[in-house]
Design a protein around this ligand. Structure first.
Ligand code: NAD
Length: 364
């Protein structure tokens, strides 16, 4: 029986990379019933919202979705569709494996780590008050009454809620993932020395959860020291579990260790729904030019196939991507630039997908 999958192409480079991804998945022979639905700025005129109900229904119905990136206007306009999807389906765990690929042109050849990012809380909760909002003055009064030094009257505020429930389930997810995937260590990343209430509690919970997994090594590290450690010696890290904001930033840092944003896949997992997507955004600077690297989206599809129990096809895609990159003859401009300093000799998004499909026939 065909697997139902909701496909949200997104905008910017989304339609190009999801088209490439879909051709690669279809070439594995796994039967997928794709239900393509659109979200983002392009549908606002027709539906009055960037995330129409029928898109949510399609994801709910299939339980599995794969999406391209969706542009979020900065500062004004609608809130992120990506964040809204994660919140609506309570996709609390964002999993981003970072694995070196042959010829990815980066500084290290042997990076193999996994980021588990909390996806629903923290400064991404969307609880914000604009400068001038009377509630800012009210909160200032509450702060003052509590005996603390308050903030400037012309401040805007973004709140950072971190809960015991949210911390427990994300750290548990990281340990379960480590156990299931044969990983040796979990590192909890935080800034508990400064944010004692939120990060301090997160760290305490992480230690408590770790005690239940004596077979997995555990340590914790402050986020700034983590960034330096990752750049100097990424082999020190295995599975990392982070609150939302640090997870977002450290994900891009780690993508840079394995060939850049075009290479890093991801999954947003809830208790019964999973949405797969690359780490990168909609890259408006290169959209519509057939030059974007679809590797991250293709590897996200491999994660999706694993989730659907199609492990043979998932492994075949990963092997075909590795073989294509190792050969180095048909790669996109970002990869060539990282390797040689120039994009000369690069192939387009769709031509690269053709090369992966060709290799698929050999590794299959
Ligand atoms: P971005 O990831 O889109 O781009 C950063 C840089 O990386 C750009 O120079 C871009 O050309 C390059 N890049 C990204 N993906 C690439 C690929 N596959 N191949 C080659 N080069 C690639 O980040 P940004 O510019 O900060 O964000 C653009 C938009 O995307 C914003 O509106 C942002 O909100 C949105 N965004 C969406 C998601 C998502 O849908 N999950 C995630 C991140 C950002």
């Amino acid at each position: 029986m065909a697997h139902k999958v909701a496909l949200i192409p997104g905008d910017g480079i989304g339609p190009e990379i999801t088209a490439a991804m879909r051709r690669v998945v279809d070439a594995t022979g796994v039967e997928i019933e794709w239900n393509t639905v659109d979200a983002g700025a392009g549908v606002i005129e027709e539906y009055g919202t960037p995330l129409p109900q029928h898109v949510l229904d399609a994801v709910e119905d299939a339980k599995v979705a794969i999406k391209g990136p969706i542009t979020t206007p900065v500062g004004t306009g609608f809130r992120s569709v990506n964040v809204a999807l994660r919140k609506h389906f309570d996709l609390y765990s964002c999993v981003r494996p970072c694995l070196s690929q042959p010829g990815d042109g980066s500084r290290y050849e042997d990076v193999d780590l996994v980021i588990v990012r909390e996806n629903t809380e923290d400064l991404y909760a969307g609880i914000e008050f604009d400068e001038g909002d009377p509630r800012v003055a009210e909160i200032s009064r509450i702060v003052e009454e509590s005996g603390r030094k308050t903030f400037r009257a012309d401040s805007a505020l973004s709140l950072k809620p971190i809960s015991i429930t949210g911390s427990q389930r994300i750290v548990e997810y990281a340990f379960e993932y480590a156990r299931r995937c044969g990983r040796r260590k979990v590192t909890a990343v935080h800034k508990a020395n400064i944010m004692k209430a939120t990060d301090g509690m997160y760290l305490r919970i992480a230690h408590e959860v770790a005690e239940r997994y004596p077979d997995i090594e555990f340590n914790d590290k402050i986020v700034d020291a983590t960034c330096m450690g990752l750049v100097q010696n990424p082999a020190d890290f295995d599975v990392m579990v982070l609150p939302n904001l640090y997870g977002d930033i450290v994900s891009d840092l780690c993508a840079g260790l394995v060939g850049g944003l075009g290479m890093a896949p991801g999954a947003n997992i809830g208790s019964d729904i999973a949405v797969f997507e690359a780490t990168h955004g909609s890259a408006p600077d290169i959209a519509g030019k057939n030059i974007a690297n679809p590797t991250a989206e293709i590897l996200s599809a491999a994660m999706m196939l694993d989730h659907l129990g199609e492990n043979v096809a998932a492994t075949a895609i990963r092997d075909a991507v590795r073989a294509t990159l190792a050969e180095g003859a048909q790669v996109t401009g970002d990869v060539r630039r990282a390797l040689t300093g120039s994009a000369e000799g690069a192939v387009g998004t769709q031509e690269y997908a053709d090369a992966v499909i060709e290799h698929l026939a050999h590794v299959h």
